[in-house]
Design a protein around this ligand. Structure first.
Ligand code: TRP
Length: 322
């Protein structure tokens, strides 16, 4: 089975965008691949000002993963810092990574703009740490969204460089581009926790309905009696996932002004609540099982450590460090 590696920042409770963009795909991949799913807490430190919520965020995210069907018997789930070998490899790979490559990375430039008061050294090294994650486990396929492609290209360049200097050691990992819709939040910007425009998977029925009802729909339909444009409506986008059997009807009724936005949102909210009911039930059960998340992450770290130690030994031999 080919090895899949993916990392996710510990952002706490996951939302619909996380589910449709990543988690759903993680669940599918574990059926036919040897999957490693890593909570990248060290990466999170590159943008955090304080870490009070870090442990809680890791716990909540992994609960969501498990409730959504990521299965510890099929996938290895672990926390990045629990396998400290990654930081050693990070130092070693940083020696074969030209600074110029890192300064050109789009996400670095963007973060430097977003947090000019905190352009730390770790932020520049972010892609080297990501490369270390992947190659420490000799990952062959990396499910990522489009925004991560430059990082993955850099990983491949680091691998090529390392292999050409020290001999073939790592496979060149390939991106598995996750085809996902752009899931917009209530304000029509990309759904994200930091914008507080999201719908949490673990939200209550009432919260879900309240958030969905708040969604801005087609901006070119100011009045109920005017026809709408479903293709420019986030509610309609979400209905592709939560009400696939109703697309034709909604399209027709919206474009003929038979269906109003409020009514359509009430409909979508009910569909989301219906679809997520089993997830929410499982999550409650898992959450009441004290220590379960810790156990899963402990097993994951132990499995990951075995591979990490081996890879690092090989790397050091190649580099004549021992
Ligand atoms: N940079 C990724 C993100 O922000 C997270 C990440 C860290 C990752 N290490 C990884 C993704 C390794 C894939 C593989 O989403």
């Amino acid at each position: 089975m080919a090895r899949v590696f993916s990392g996710a920042r510990p952002t706490g409770r996951q939302h619909l965008g996380n589910y449709l963009g990543a988690i759903q795909n993680y669940v599918k991949l574990q059926e036919e691949h040897d999957c490693f799913y890593c909570v990248v807490d060290i990466h999170a430190l590159t943008t955090l000002e304080e870490t009070r919520e870090l442990q809680g965020n890791i716990h909540e995210m992994v609960l969501d993963w498990l409730a959504a069907g990521m299965d510890p018997h099929k996938s290895t789930m672990f926390v990045q810092s629990h396998v400290p070998e990654v930081m050693e490899l990070y130092t070693l790979l940083s020696m074969v990574t030209p600074l110029g490559w890192l300064l050109r990375v789009p996400t670095f430039k963007e973060k430097a703009r977003q947090q000019p008061e905190n352009v730390n050294y770790g932020l520049v090294g972010y892609p080297v740490l990501m490369a270390s994650d992947i190659v420490l486990y000799k990952g062959e396929m990396v499910p990522v969204g489009e925004d991560q492609l430059p990082h993955l290209e850099l990983t491949r360049e680091i691998v090529r460089r390392f292999n050409s200097i020290f001999g073939p050691t790592f496979p060149e990992p390939k991106a598995l581009l996750t085809e996902t819709p752009l899931v917009l939040g209530t304000d029509r910007q990309k759904m994200s926790k930091s914008l507080n425009n999201h719908v949490e998977l673990a939200a209550t029925l009432e919260e879900t309905t309240e958030r969905v009802k708040r969604m801005i729909t087609d901006p070119d339909r100011p009045y109920r009696n005017q026809p709408g444009h479903p293709d420019n409506c986030n509610v309609y986008t979400l209905e592709h996932y939560f009400a696939p059997d109703h697309l034709e009807r909604v399209y027709k009724e919206c474009t003929t002004a038979t269906l109003g936005c409020v009514e359509n949102k009430t409909f979508l909210a009910a569909k989301i609540n219906g679809a997520l009911a089993p997830f929410r039930e499982r999550r409650r059960e898992l959450a009441s099982n004290n220590g379960f998340v810790r156990e899963v992450l402990g097993d994951g770290a132990s499995r990951a450590s075995d591979i990490a130690r081996e890879t690092l030994k090989e790397v050091k031999e190649r580099m004549n460090l021992q």
